[in-house]
Design a protein around this ligand. Structure first.
Ligand SMILES: Nc1ncnc2c1ncn2[C@@H]1O[C@H](COP(=O)(O)OP(=O)(O)OP(=O)(O)O)[C@@H](O)[C@H]1O
Ligand SMILES: [Mg+2]
Length: 322
């Protein structure tokens, strides 16, 4: 049987009368890469801070690698890596000095510090910047250094809170290569994100909204569970996707229509439409789209979010946002 890295049971955090994390339960196995997707204010950081023993849960419990966060917070802090959303670097220290400093804080013996710093410089590919002051590093390199710091003490469990926010897509891919390499070696990774493309990379994905964990499963299974038939429509030259979406939304049997890149993504009730029937319904409303421009598609994670939340977009959390 697979080894359990993280077991979370009915975790609740209330701030006054506001419930930031509402009865969250899940289990993560060793070596899994689990994503946590949710809009601003949905409770992602609050969950992580409780799991790290940095914030006292209102109720509920969690066990990390056999250690209860309530009974053994010190063990948890020493054995988990944490790249926080607002990580702090010592701006006047160089890359290597930051790593040495944090390595010392984590209790790495002096004799081993050099080896670990070296290994981290290579792991995140920042060796070329080792003597640069952290304060002068560009965004993507700062994130890499922060990740290296979270890993310097070889934690078996790593929490990454939006590690790639503000990082360009190429640098994001490099981050994910590192995450996979760590997972291959048995590190368990729990990572929050706002990016749908990134969420696709996770072995399993938890979907958070307003403090609740609505689902946790592989991206493929989450998408397969979206009810209805998804289609992508090529928008003709000179045509307005906005108008097309409006017209689609007015057609019976259409449950959702929105932009997906340069195409329009539509979901229709199961069996309600074919490309020909959609094209004909559009034609009736004065929009000519050839049925050859309408292709059967896959549901997206955006669809998953919309269905699970009953229509809430993935990017905001309504009144729950700060
Ligand atoms: N110390 C606190 N006191 C009061 N409210 C708080 C506190 N910490 C967080 N909250 C509230 O709890 C909710 C969840 O916050 P949290 O930071 O966990 O969200 P998040 O999902 O990490 O959001 P983001 O994507 O913006 O990082 C928010 O509405 C936030 O304002
Ligand atoms: Mg957060």
């Amino acid at each position: 049987m697979a080894e359990v890295a993280l077991e979370v049971r009915n975790l609740v955090k209330r701030f006054g009368s506001f419930t930031a994390v509402n009865d969250v339960s899940f289990t993560v196995e060793r070596g899994e890469v689990v994503g946590y997707l949710g809009p601003n204010g949905s409770g992602k950081t609050t969950t992580i801070r409780m799991l790290l023993g940095l914030l006292q849960p209102t109720s509920g419990s969690a066990v990390i690698l056999g250690h209860d966060i309530g009974k053994d917070p010190e063990w948890v802090r020493r054995n988990a890596g944490y790249m926080s959303q607002k990580f702090a670097l010592y701006e006047d220290l160089t890359v290597a000095e930051n790593l040495r400093f944090y390595g010392g804080v984590y209790g790495i013996p002096r004799g081993r510090l050099g080896v670990r710093v070296d290994a981290m410089l290579d792991l995140v590919g920042i060796r070329g910047h080792r003597d640069e002051r952290a304060g002068s590093l560009a965004g993507g390199w700062r994130q890499r250094l922060a990740m290296a710091i979270a890993l310097v003490h070889e934690p078996p469990l790593l929490f990454l809170d939006e590690p790639t926010s503000g990082v360009d897509p190429e640098a994001r891919r490099a981050f994910w290569d590192i995450i996979y390499a760590l997972a291959d070696e048995g590190t368990t990774v729990f990572v929050t994100t706002h990016y749908m493309d990134e969420a696709e990379h996770c072995g399993r994905l938890g979907v958070m909204s307003r403090g609740r964990l609505l689902a946790m499963d592989s991206p493929t299974r989450l998408k397969a569970a979206v009810p209805g038939d998804p289609w992508n429509i090529e928008v003709g030259e000179g045509a307005s996707p906005v108008v097309l979406i409006e017209r689609l939304e007015a057609i019976e049997g259409v449950t959702h229509a929105g932009l997906l890149g340069d195409r329009v993504h539509v979901i229709t009730a199961s069996g309600a439409h074919t490309p020909a029937s959609l094209a004909s319904a559009l034609d009736g409303s004065g929009t000519r789209v050839p049925s050859s421009a309408i292709e059967a598609a896959e549901a997206t994670l955006e669809d998953v979010f919309t269905v699970l939340t009953g229509g809430q977009p993935a990017t905001t959390n309504g009144e729950a946002a700060a």
